[in-house]
Design a binder for this molecule. Sequence first.
Ligand code: FAD
Length: 457
Amino acid sequence: SVSVVLFTCDLRLHDHPPLHAALEGSEEVVPLFVRDRDIEAAGFGVPNRAAFLADCLAALDAGLRERGGRLVVRSGDVVAQTCAVAAEAGADRVHLAAGSSGYACRRERRLRRALEAQGRRLVVHDGVFTAVPPGAVTPGSKDHFAVFGPYFRRWSQERAREVLAAPRAVRVPEGVGSEPLPSRSGLAGVSRGLARGGETEGRKRLAAWLRDGLDAYADRGDELGADGTSRLSAHLHFGTLSPVEVIHGARRRGGPGAEAFVRQLAWRDFHQQVLAARPDASAADYRTQRDRWRGGAAAEEDVAAWKEGRTGYPLVDAAMRQLLHEGWMHNRSRLVTASFLTKTLYVDWRVGARHFLDRLVDGDLANNQMNWQWMAGTGTDARRNRVLNPLSQARRYDPQGTYVRRWVPELAGVAGRAVHQPWKLPDKERAGLGYPDPVAGLAEGQARFRRARGLDR
Ligand code: FAD
């Protein structure tokens, strides 16, 4: 018999339950990737992720060829294309990893209906994209956890499944046509410092991280200058790494670094289960605060300064420039820049979330939207009205100014702590820097936010 494995955000051969099941049950398997025109039309095919995706597909194809197979690529409507491939190959079933977004659920429903109409089956597998599937642990009376602490306790008690080996051989039936693989070259607007994608690259990064980085994570993970995080997020987003395998690897190593790191992976599952239960929260407030966010020309100018990294606050600008240059940002930088946009500038979180999705190589609907809501105080955070002060954050997480000097070259020559407050330098020195004055006062921004939220009544 023949099966189709439809790859989406799970572009790997190791620890891949759908591929494993297909190979157990069929002599021949068609590994399929559809360049989904709906995802592209919704604005998700942005250059950084398109480039990373091209690397991932090339690596997946290469891995399959080493095993005697190949990747079949099609483009168009994902349901129509999958059904067409299943018919061409004479497959009796299609294997798919479960997704958590509203779109993924609709795709699954449509695909099941269309395949059943052809007399074929859809088999959906959990535990591919997340370690613990959305809905697997719930707080009893509700369909999802809205508080991380209790979620994490339950999540930690779940028994992790075994890691599945990569297949030794894959036989693809003849006569199933494929389009050429998309290529990274020729894509305009890709960040210059973008990391490379693909399973081989992801596995190398994971091995190096477990060996050299993990132990110091609890102490140095939040230090911006140290760059001491795993940078595995894009591999987890595209599924070139399995979260189950990453967690097993960290737990085997053990220690405080591993504990802190596994906790972050639980955050990832946490946000996925929120979005799975509340798909509307990708665009609408999870908890409505009746914000009347700023609009108009002045707000637009502030947003432009924020996007381009010229707000006059060195830490915010360093972070935003890192995003432009690498298509990636440290978690602390994401928190500070999101607080700055939503609370100090009082601009709608959706504006910031869109910009992040346009640029981030790891841009992920659940992680991005739910983290933005967290920081805007419309999400699951109980401390909804806290404002992160970019100066105290800079003193705490970039005490030597290493991060700021790395990303804001105008300030590279400013000695000591003045690098975080260039507006305090003598006029003459300041004028020579070519670095802007702050777009807004921190105290005024905070007061405006408190008024808007009705906190000072
Ligand atoms: P590490 O510190 O090494 O953590 C390991 C892994 O844990 C990460 O790769 C990631 O998968 C997961 N993780 C870590 N922190 C979080 C978190 N707060 N929430 C969910 N998962 C987490 N992450 C994305 O993957 N995609 C996004 O689009 C995204 N947007 C964000 C937007 C904002 C405003 C904020 C505050 C955070 C966002 N994050 C997002 C979460 C986090 O910032 C990144 O996952 C992390 O910075 C990636 O770097 P890393 O792989 O080195 O992380």
